[in-house]
Design a protein around this ligand. Sequence first.
Ligand SMILES: Nc1nc2c(ncn2[C@@H]2O[C@H](COP(=O)(O)OP(=O)(O)O)[C@@H](O)[C@H]2O)c(=O)[nH]1
Ligand SMILES: [Mg+2]
Length: 224
Amino acid sequence: MKVNTAEIVMSAVKPEQYPQGDLPEIAMVGRSNVGKSSAINTLLGRRKLARVSGNPGKTRTINFYLINNAFYLVDLPGYGYAKTSKPERASWGKMIEIYLSSRENLQEVVQLVDVRHKPSKEDQLMYNWLKHFGFGSLVLATKLDKIKRSQYQKHFKIIRETLEMPPESRIMPLSSLKKLGIENAWENMEPLLQRPEPIEEGNEEIIKETNEEIIEEAKEDTIK
Ligand SMILES: Nc1nc2c(ncn2[C@@H]2O[C@H](COP(=O)(O)OP(=O)(O)O)[C@@H](O)[C@H]2O)c(=O)[nH]1
Ligand SMILES: [Mg+2]
């Protein structure tokens, strides 16, 4: 994945502020300090587009990053920050719920977990919530450099089992420090960002004919 342009286009707290248009988007969510801002910077090859660990728990907006004018990467506010008050937690929940349930552009929500630790109760709740909305096919395991290579599989297994990931869901290991796992992450995310080409005027007939040819060929193949 070649990132030519990456810019923040909106910090939103309500749907009216989400960017308009039908570009596809992938969102990232995780507990605060999991390494989400670092991961976004690393995936985009930018040093400080997303702010790293400035003031944990303070980011209370949904940040939309426009990439290559083709899709959005969306930074959702983190959860699990100890000093968050009850009303703050409730407004966080409402904001995320509205986003997950209403955003048509949204193709996938990537859950981030720290590769070192068994996912917390809150991680599990978040992931269940994502599954409920039909997301959760990708989990990004951060801070890979903090464990030994010989321990990778053991940690992936704990994450998979604790979150009760469906067998077809994937773990994408990433180290923002060592810049490991970037290409693999994009290989998993890119297919989710494909949108069918809009049919240009005048091409409908060609597409119809091509489809008919394909159907004919398929029939012939079946007969043989
Ligand atoms: N060793 C290591 N540290 C990381 C990595 N990613 C993030 N961190 C550190 O974890 C802390 C939180 O990172 P940040 O990206 O701000 O997390 P966020 O709160 O989830 O956005 C910072 O001190 C980062 O330097 C990583 O891949 N490896
Ligand atoms: Mg952050």
